[in-house]
Structures are given as C-alpha cells and as structure tokens.
Design a binder for this molecule. Structure first.
Ligand SMILES: [Zn+2]
Length: 183
C-alpha cells in the first residue's frame, strides 16, 4: 500500500478496495509530486552558470510579476503569488529567464516563503556577485485560506535586500518604486 493510499483511507475512513474515483489517485498524486517537487533535482549553479558581458550596463535589472507556486512545509498546502527579483550587475549579467527559473527551483520544494525569498537573493549574490540584489515575494497561502484563520485575501509579503539595496536607502527606494504594482 502506498503512503498516498494510506492518506486517502485516513480521510475517508475506508477499508477494502478503493472506490472507483480514488483507485488511481495514489498513482496520480505521486506523478504530480514529481513535477511539484522537481526543485530538488536542480541547483542554482547550473541555472546561473552561463552569464554574459554587461557591456558597461550598471543600472537595475528587474524581473517583475513573475508568478510562482510552492507548497508550505507546515501543512502541505499550496501557496502562490508573484515575485519581483532585481540586481545591479557588476560586469556579468544573466539571461532574465534564469531569474524566473531560480525562483521556480526554490518554489518547487517543501518551503516557507521566507526561505524562498532569502535563498533566491543569496544564490544571486553567490553566483553573480552583483552590487546589490532585492527580492520581494507576495503570496496567498492555502493553509490560511481553507483552514485555521480562514482569510481569503490576505497577502504575505517578504523581502530580502542585499548589498547596496540593504545599505543605501536611496537605492532601496528606487528598486521598490520600480517594483510597485501600478508602475
Ligand atoms: Zn502552512
């Protein structure tokens, strides 16, 4: 008996053969796990490995409104939202889709939002050595919507500021202005 079958039986209190609608559920759930938790098969180094000459560009690079889906490690409930990822390159830039892939990699693991935010920022610092890096995530959590406090519209925001965005209020204000939703 698979672990998922045990869970299904626990939910329904059912013995004997699984009813028709549930018969293939354990198999489907395990297959979906391969996708939902595929982030364990990747590492930041291979995602951020290929960089390009920045050709003197020294402004902010911002990827705004990139959606992400993750799974809360406390309740195994989904949480999802949007991420804004910015850095100021020093000599090397990275393909912008790599920032989205990095966010996906960390999201597709058992997580909390704080850890994803910090991990994305720390990986960018470690592999690109930028002047600064700023990551903001805004998400709604299934474990708050369908259980517990039952809040349907609450948005949790987390931020990680590194380098110049941490040290200089002007730089932080500029990146936050660029990240604003109505911008
Ligand atoms: Zn939770």
């Amino acid at each position: 008996m698979s672990a998922v079958e045990t869970i299904v039986r626990y939910i329904e209190g059912q013995n004997g053969d699984l009813r028709e609608g549930l018969a293939n559920t354990p198999k489907r759930v395990v297959e979906s796990f391969d996708e939902i938790f595929s982030g364990y098969d990747e590492d930041a180094k291979s995602i951020l490995d290929s960089t390009f000459n920045a050709e003197g560009y020294e402004g902010i690079v911002l990827l705004k409104d990139t959606e992400f889906h993750s799974t809360c490690e406390h309740h195994l409930q989904p949480f999802s939202g949007r991420g804004h990822i910015a850095y100021i390159p020093v000599e090397r830039i990275v393909g912008i889709s790599k920032l989205a892939r990095l966010l996906d990699m960390h999201s597709k693991r058992l997580q909390n939002q704080e850890r994803i935010t910090q991990s994305v920022a720390d990986d960018i610092v470690a592999h690109l050595s930028p002047l600064g890096c700023a990551v903001i995530l805004e998400a709604q959590h299934g474990c708050m919507k369908c259980r517990g406090v039952m809040k349907q519209n609450a948005i949790m925001t987390t931020s990680a500021m590194r380098g110049v965005f941490f040290e200089k209020a002007e730089a932080r204000a500029e990146v936050l202005q660029l990240m604003r939703r109505d911008n």
